[in-house]
Design a protein around this ligand. Structure first.
Ligand SMILES: CCC/C=C/C(=O)SCCNC(=O)CCNC(=O)[C@H](O)C(C)(C)COP(=O)([O-])OP(=O)([O-])OC[C@H]1O[C@@H](n2cnc3c(N)ncnc32)[C@H](O)[C@@H]1OP(=O)([O-])[O-]
Ligand SMILES: NC(=O)C1=CN([C@@H]2O[C@H](COP(=O)(O)OP(=O)(O)OC[C@H]3O[C@@H](n4cnc5c(N)ncnc54)[C@H](OP(=O)(O)O)[C@@H]3O)[C@@H](O)[C@H]2O)C=CC1
Length: 260
């Protein structure tokens, strides 16, 4: 996919992408790297992360891998501490790590519901808070982009994820208010169905039914998400905060297809 941005747009900037070792997160990291940024990719699976980091370096990108479990406050604090010890300042945080499983609401155990809220909502909050403190320490502005899900019309078959991600959209607005005085812009991107390996765990028939309902009848590409995120982090979006950009072929109008 053609990159519409200037190749030195993020020169001198460092971007931290959670879940940057795979799928959409890796595409986001690669895109920022291609536009001149140093990228830090962070997730749990070290083997996958190192492989992803190597692929970025082979493409000439300055990339660093670090471990984090965003559900664990100590792990999040440790990530930021390691960066600060190495003298690495983060300018842009992309909260991409997340996920869920499909299950009817009546079948969800309390622990299953809690684990998805914990990952997607609490984990995102912990990363945002640690980043805002990091910006305060540096006395520099910052930018947060939260990757959510298209959940505007409800998310049948994924009640936990819909609730958690709607929570992140509201959190995005609230943090935009609270941290405006720190010069931190906070926005979200809500992708619809995006072609990544992670989709293998969903019912292909249900996915196709969703695509058939769309106004733009195809899956989105990770690179399309990456370019939207780059736009929101760029000076061109300097007047934008507290928004959620739908990147979903119209799914926010047509409604989600029930997952089974
Ligand atoms: C259209 C699609 C668009 C979206 C695409 C994407 O998002 S792509 C991205 C796609 N990538 C991903 O989605 C990957 C991300 N997924 C994950 O990281 C994890 O699976 C997790 C956060 C969902 C749970 O993490 P965890 O370490 O806390 O897991 P744990 O093992 O400790 O279980 C906790 C509770 O959850 C329950 N439970 C778990 N799985 C299932 C299931 N399949 N079924 C039913 N229940 C399930 C489990 O039984 C337990 O409850 P119990 O028995 O004690 O009452
Ligand atoms: N593909 C799609 O259609 C859509 C995806 N999304 C969202 O976009 C994001 C990326 O999705 P995609 O690339 O497709 O799927 P992936 O499963 O490849 O990405 C999820 C990433 O999150 C990381 N992650 C999960 N749990 C944790 C944790 N506790 N701490 C740190 N990192 C964690 C994973 O790495 P590791 O396991 O190594 O920790 C992985 O890299 C997810 O939030 C997903 O829900 C939203 C809409 C649609």
């Amino acid at each position: 996919m053609e990159n519409i941005f200037r190749s030195d747009l993020f020169a001198g900037k460092t971007v931290l992408v959670t879940g940057g070792g795979s799928g959409i997160g890796l595409a986001i990291a690669r895109n920022f790297g291609t536009l001149g940024a140093r990228v830090v990719i962070a997730a749990r699976d070290q083997e996958r992360l190192i492989e992803a980091g190597q692929s970025l370096r082979e493409a000439g990108i300055d990339a660093i891998e670090l471990a984090v479990n965003i559900r664990d406050n100590d792990s999040v604090a440790d990530l930021i501490e390691q960066l600060e010890l190495q003298g690495i300042g983060i300018d842009v945080l992309v909260n991409n790590a997340g996920g869920q499983f499909a299950a009817p609401a009546l079948d969800l155990s309390a622990n299953g519901f809690r684990s998805v809220v914990d990952l997607n909502l609490t984990g995102t909050f912990l990363m945002c808070q640690a980043f805002a403190r990091h910006c305060m320490n540096r006395k520099l502005p910052g930018c947060i982009i939260n990757i959510v899900l298209c959940q505007a019309n409800g998310l049948p078959g994924m009640a936990h994820a819909g609730a958690a991600r709607e929570g992140v959209v509201n959190l995005t607005r609230t943090l935009a208010w609270e941290w405006s005085n720190l010069g931190i812009r906070v926005n979200a991107v809500a992708p619809g169905t995006i072609k990544t390996e992670a989709l293998d765990q969903y019912d292909p028939v249900a996915l196709q039914e969703g695509i058939d309902k769309l106004l733009i009848k195809r899956m989105g590409l990770p690179e399309e998400v990456a370019q939207s995120v780059a736009y929101l982090a760029s000076p061109a979006a300097g007047f934008i905060t507290g928004t959620c950009l739908a990147l979903d072929g119209g799914e926010h109008l047509t409604g989600a297809s029930p997952q089974r």
